[in-house]
Design a protein around this ligand. Structure first.
Ligand SMILES: [Zn+2]
Length: 517
């Protein structure tokens, strides 16, 4: 059997080939160049980050007869015979033999190396050593012979006794960045003539969680049947849910499309994917989304706050899966909560769309005629519409028309206008001629400025046709009868504090108190 699994075949054999640990490699190379080698090292970090490979390269480098710039030359007698060298001892502490082997080491430590300068003991999964073994090791570490180097590698540094830690030079191996894993996968696929789509490369890198060994094991598994590696193949083979699939699922929430959500969700459930992985992948996706929202300030249906809550709920759901209920049901219920059917929240989205438009556009580019703005301004006027305000606003309009300086188009428009509803902050006006409604809405900012200048009132206005107004009025009266609350919708995020000063809920729910006409 000549087949060698990819992660063994492409295991780095020189410092230069170790991926993603540049900082550690630089320090180690410098210690070879400057001959400042420690007698005990501790390499900690999650699996597949290069700890054991680095330990072996270090063992080679300290013994190499002609190290080149801190790296083993690969050509000298020692480098060439590295594999069968009795001076390099690898111990897997996870196996039962760990304790005995540590004892044997300690007995043999006193003998000088047969070939090289140093005897190097590499202890893998060092946290698995028993207390006895650690104690024995400690005695040696306290007074290590000059020709001995210990390299302890562990995925669980918390389990290593402080007494051992304090005697080691410690290096924390970072998870390897997704881009670096992608680069390595591409590299290997090219050398091995493995066909793979770029989406699949990213997915494998994502699934490997910063561990090169896992990435290459996955690649191994997926390349077995010889066909091109695609996202579909990954999903089928690994029984995983790709980030693309998660995106499609979450997009249904973004689009408030419950029908599509139910279809996609059922598909996932039927595929019998691992529930924990599914939740974990959704959490990953949502975290990335939350970060994007913070970074770009772009407004989505799912807000940063929603994302945060969703992540907390999903994490919480992982604790509940031991309870004897269908975990997919829990997940479905959690996700369904983030769809919105109620009017207030829908208006919130509309508001956010407007805010986004405002953020991008100059004031004058504000699309006055758009229906959403109309809806918001009508709503906001109704929040606190008062007969007294209406009377005042009507007088203000007359005062403005009395001003001789007002002429041309604006005069024509205002002469045709009637204030039909008013609060302290908002006005609804109608025009007799429906053609003027459009034109007035186009001149909205100028008209608002005019009010500010002449009667010192900063109103937000909207013009409606008589038909539109009659419909809105009917709706308002009906809502008041049904105790529907009007909530102020902010048009501009920059003026968040304005919102605080305004009444949020209309407390007048008695039909007899309808204050608009
Ligand atoms: Zn060498």
């Amino acid at each position: 059997m000549n087949y060698k699994v990819l992660y063994r075949k492409y295991r780095p054999d020189s410092f230069e080939n170790v991926v993603g640990q540049d900082y550690i490699i630089t320090i180690l190379k410098n210690s070879i160049i400057n001959k400042t080698i420690s007698h005990a090292y501790l390499f900690s970090g999650s699996r597949g980050t290069g700890k054991t490979s680095t330990a072996k390269i270090l063992a080679k480098a300290v013994n190499c007869l002609n190290p080149e710039n801190g790296s083993p030359c690969g050509k000298c007698e020692f480098c060439l015979n590295f594999k069968d060298n009795p001076d390099i001892v690898e111990i897997d502490a996870a196996s039962n033999r760990g304790v005995n082997e540590v004892r044997t080491i300690i007995d043999n430590v006193k003998y000088t190396p047969t070939n090289g300068k140093y005897k190097v003991y590499i202890v893998d999964e060092a946290h698995m050593l028993t207390d006895e073994a650690f104690n024995a090791l400690l005695l040696t570490l306290e007074e290590p012979p000059a020709h001995v180097i210990f390299i302890l590698a562990t995925t669980n540094v918390e389990s290593i006794p402080i007494t051992i830690l304090s005697r080691c030079q410690r290096f924390d191996f970072q998870k390897i960045k997704i881009e670096e894993i992608e680069k390595e996968i591409n590299n290997i696929c090219q050398k091995e003539s493995i066909k793979i789509t770029s989406e699949a490369v990213s997915e494998i890198a994502y699934l490997s969680e910063g561990g090169m060994r896992d990435a290459l094991s996955l690649l191994d598994q997926l390349s077995k049947n010889g066909s091109e590696i695609t996202l579909d193949l990954i999903e089928n083979e690994i029984k995983t849910v790709s980030q693309r699939t998660i995106k499609k699922l979450i997009d249904t929430i973004e689009n408030n499309d419950i029908e599509q959500f139910l279809i996609k969700y059922k598909e996932l459930e039927n595929r019998a994917v691992n529930y924990k992985n599914l939740v974990k992948n959704i959490i990953d996706y949502i975290s990335k989304k939350a970060l994007q929202i913070k970074k770009t300030g772009k407004i989505h249906h799912l807000t940063f706050e929603d994302c945060k809550n969703l992540i907390l709920e999903l994490s919480d759901s992982l604790l509940k899966i031991s309870i004897n209920v269908n975990s997919f049901t829990i997940l479905e219920m959690i996700l369904l909560k983030y769809f919105d059917n109620n009017i207030i929240k829908d208006e919130k989205i509309i508001k956010e769309e407007i805010v986004q438009q405002n953020a991008n556009a100059e004031e004058k580019d504000l699309n006055i005629n758009n229906d959403e703005l109309k809806k918001i301004r009508i709503n906001n006027c109704f929040v606190n519409a008062k007969k007294s305000s209406l009377e005042i606003a009507k007088k203000e309009l007359t005062n403005i028309l009395d001003d001789d300086k007002i002429e041309g188009k604006i005069r024509t428009l205002l002469s045709d206008s009637t204030v039909v509803a008013s609060s302290e902050t908002n006005l609804i006006l109608t025009c007799f001629n429906s053609h003027n409604v459009n034109n007035a809405n186009k001149e909205l900012l100028n008209i608002e400025k005019l009010f500010a200048k002449i009667v010192q009132k900063k109103y937000k206005m909207i013009f409606l046709t008589n038909e539109e107004w009659n419909l809105e009025k009917e709706k308002y009266i009906k809502n008041i009868k049904n105790n529907v609350k009007y909530e102020y919708i902010n048009e501009n995020l920059d003026n968040e504090n304005v919102k605080e000063d305004l009444p949020k809920i209309n407390e007048v729910f008695d039909v007899s108190k309808v204050e608009i006409i």
